[in-house]
Design a protein around this ligand. Sequence first.
Ligand code: SAH
Length: 492
Amino acid sequence: MGQRGKVYLVGAGPGDPGLLTWKGRDVLARAQVVVHDRLVSQAILDLIPPEARRIDVGKNAGHHPVPQGEINQILVREALAGHRVVRLKGGDSFLFGRGGEELEQLARLDIPFEVVPGITSALAAPAYAGIPVTHRDYCSSLHIITGHKKADGQLELDYGALVRLQGTLVFLMSVGSLGQIAQGLLAAGMSPDMPCALVENGTLPQQRSFSATLDTVAQVARDQEVRSPAVFLVGRVASLARQFHWFDRLPLKGKRLLVTRLREESSALALRLQELGAQVDRLPAIRLEGLDFQLPPLDSFDVVALTSATGVRYFLEGLLARGLDARALGGKRLAAVGNQTAAALSRFGLRADFVPTEYNGAAMARQMVEQGFLCPQDRVLVARAQSASPGLTDGLRQLGVAFCEIATYRTALTEERLADPSLYDAVLFTSASTVEGFARACPGADLSQVKALCIGPQTAQRAQALSMQTQVAPQATIQSMIETLMGGNEPC
Ligand code: SAH
C-alpha cells in the first residue's frame, strides 16, 4: 500500500494576508494539493507553492459550483493518493465554514488530519472597523449568528432570546437578510437607537465600514450598496467605531497602486504600502537574465568596477561557474557605484575599496581619478548590465583610462499583459526599464491616463516621453517615493 496522505484544515483568516497564522503559512508552504474557497484572498493564494496543485471549489452566495459532497470526495481522493492536502477556507474553518462536515468523512475512513484555526471575520472585521466586540461598560457577551436564509427563504431566529441576551450580536452571511433581521429585533423590543455597524470586505484594502442604528441600518445598506462579504454587528459597542476606527485612517487607505519592479524586489515594497493601507497590485515589468559572458584573464586588471548589486551577483556567480571564487579578485582594488553595490560585495566576503559620494557612473569615473584611486596606467574591468547607461565607460574613456567591459546580465521586459492601466492612483517606477516593460504590458492603452510616480529624473524622462502624467520623488529612494504618495508626510 502506498503512503497515506494527510489533510490540513486551515483557516486563512478574513483577507489581510498578515492575519494568516504562522502555522497556516508553514503548512501551506509544504502543500502538494490546495483545495480553496472563494473567500480566500489573492495575497494568500499567492503563497501556495507553484508546484502545488490548486483546486478551486469557490462558492457563490446561493449557488454552489462544487457541492459539499463532492468537496468531501476530493479531500478523500487526494489524501488516499498519498498527498499532503491543505483545505483552505476563509476565516476559521469551524465557524460557519462546514469544516466539521469535511472532517466526518475523513474520520470515518481513518484518514489523518489536523486543524489549524484561523482568525474569523466575525472578530477581525469589527476590529478593523474599530469595534471591540466586548467592552466591560457595554456588554458581557458576544453571539455570532448566521443570517443565511434556508432554501425556502426562511430565516428562523429567536429574536426575543437575542434581545434578552443584551450582548453584542454579529451576523454573518446576512447582507440579503439584513432588513428582516433588523425588523425582527425591533419587533422583539430592541431599541431603534441601538448602534449598528456594517463592515464590507473587512481587513482588505477595499474595506468599507458604516455606522447606523437599528432603524436606519437597512436603509444605509441599500444607499451604500453594501455587498457580501460583510459583517453586520448590533450592539452598544458599535458606537466606539467613531473613536477607534483606525484602519480607514491609514495614510494610503483607498489608494490603488501598481508596483512594477522585479518580482524578487516587489514583495517588500508591496507589503510596506499595504501596511499603510493601500491596495497593491504587482506587475513585474522586467526580469533579469544572466548572460554567458567571456571572462578576460583577470591578471591583466588592477581595478574591478561594479555598477549594481545585481551586477555583483551575476559577476561573482559567473566566477563560481568557471571554477573560480573571490580569491581570483585577491590583488585587485574594487570599486562600487553605491552602498547597495558595496553591500552586495560584502555578501561575497569582499570589501569595496572605493564608493563615490554621488551614486552614478560618470561621477564614479571622475572621482576615482580625482581622489587618486585610479592611476593613468591602471587597467579597469567593468562588469555590468547589457545596455547599461554609458556614464562610467564614457567617463573612463574621456579620462584616458584603459578598460574592458563585460555584460554579465540583461534586463528583459515582461511578457505579461495588464488589462486597465488607468485603474491606479499611481504606478510606481523604479527604473527606466520598468517604464518600458509597463508600456509593453499594455499595448494600445492610452498612457496619458497613467499616473506615474518615478524614483528619479531618468525614469521620469522615459515616462514623460510616453506621455504619462509624471511625478518624481525628491530623493531617489523608495522611502522618498512613499512620502510623495502620502503627500510629503513621514510614513507612520
Ligand atoms: N468561516 C468564515 C465565515 C464563513 S461564512 C469566518 O470565520 O470568517 C461567510 C460570511 O463570513 C460572509 O457572508 C460574511 O458575513 C463573513 N465574511 C467573511 N469574510 C469577510 C470579510 N473579509 N469581511 C466581512 N465579512 C466577511
